[in-house]
Design a protein around this ligand. Structure first.
Ligand code: CUA
Length: 323
């Protein structure tokens, strides 16, 4: 009896307070782990409480001879109240706990560092508030909560960082979000967890948590590189960040798209048999309107890109160098 009273005291006082205890610095990943551990203990206890008597009583009261009749029992009020009230309390408390953890995952702290992530077939474009962009890599400072605004440019993807217990859908035409406390300096693996085509299993990203000093240094270094880049360098960065390399090799290898090696001014046979020169005008159209004038032997899988004239020019300047 004493033990049962202690368990109740723990559930009433302990469970909700664990959810509220972190009012200072909320960390949903930690709350998730705490909730998981509490559920694990409760569920294991229920399993043992139910299973051991079940096995014992089944053996003890089993039929011993062919013609044996079982006892005729018509209910037991205290027992029925007990097995209704106890689970009701348990389920209510677990529900309250889950609701509280759920809210932590949805309520983003006001001082969060906001990063935009866009999924595409097959990679992740990352845009920082400072105007910097990276591909398949999210760098964050260790001392601030991080909010990720998530979307997709083509099909459904999903972004998952197991370490932080966060997973969110990347939906074309809609922006979703999630947030996490970086916790400690290190490198964490992120995955696409929505089957999105051939490259799904390789649609990975790294989350790099840096110290405040390293992060600030990286930001200023990236800004400097951006400001002094030539059109060719800009084009190369764009080609890498936009994920073009997923389908277009730069060394002549065959892939799902024509190789970029020697692409500029190349004699190209189109799907309708027409032969054209892949000049600036053709390449511009191939980037912005890839569905028209398709190259023979390739299927129409490329999505149109919305890019500024300057960016398109930079990409073509870079393509010219791939001889
Ligand atoms: Cu993107 Cu799977």
């Amino acid at each position: 009896m004493k033990k049962i009273l202690l368990l109740f005291a723990f559930l009433f006082l302990g469970v909700p307070s664990l959810a509220l205890a972190q009012a200072g610095k909320v960390d949903p990943a930690k709350s998730w782990t705490d909730a998981f551990n509490i559920y694990f203990v409760i569920i294991t206890a229920i399993f043992i409480i139910v299973t051991i008597p079940l096995i014992y009583l089944s053996l003890k009261y089993r039929r011993k001879h062919e013609d044996q009749e079982g006892a005729d029992i018509h209910g037991n009020v205290p027992l029925e109240v007990l097995w209704t009230v106890v689970p009701l309390i348990l389920v209510t408390l677990m529900g309250v706990q889950t609701w509280s953890v759920y809210n932590q995952f949805r309520d983003v702290p006001k001082d969060a560092y906001e990063i935009n992530v866009e999924g595409f077939m097959w990679g992740w474009n990352v845009k920082y508030p400072e105007g910097i962009e990276t591909l398949n890599e999210i760098r964050v400072p260790v001392d601030r909560p991080v909010k990720i605004n998530l979307t997709s440019s083509d099909v459904l993807h999903a972004f998952f960082i197991p370490e932080y217990h966060v997973q969110e859908e990347a939906i074309p035409g809609r922006t979703t979000y999630f947030w996490f406390q970086p916790g400690s300096v290190g490198e964490y693996q992120a995955y696409c967890t929505e089957l999105c085509g051939n490259g799904h299993s390789e649609m990975l990203a790294k989350v790099k948590v840096l110290s405040r000093n390293d992060f600030d240094a990286w930001i200023s270094q990236q800004k400097k590189a951006e400001a002094t880049a030539t059109p060719v360098e800009k084009g190369k960065t764009l080609v890498e960040n936009l994920g073009c390399r997923g389908c277009h090799s730069v060394n002549g290898d065959k892939s799902s798209g024509p190789t970029f090696k020697g692409i500029f001014d190349r004699q190209t046979t189109l799907a309708d048999g027409k032969v054209v020169k892949a000049d600036k005008e053709y390449l511009e159209e191939a980037i912005l309107e890839p569905k028209s004038d398709l190259v023979q032997g390739y299927s129409s899988i490329m999505q149109p890109y919305k890019l500024s004239d300057k960016d398109v020019d930079a990409i073509i300047e870079y393509l010219k160098t791939l001889k």
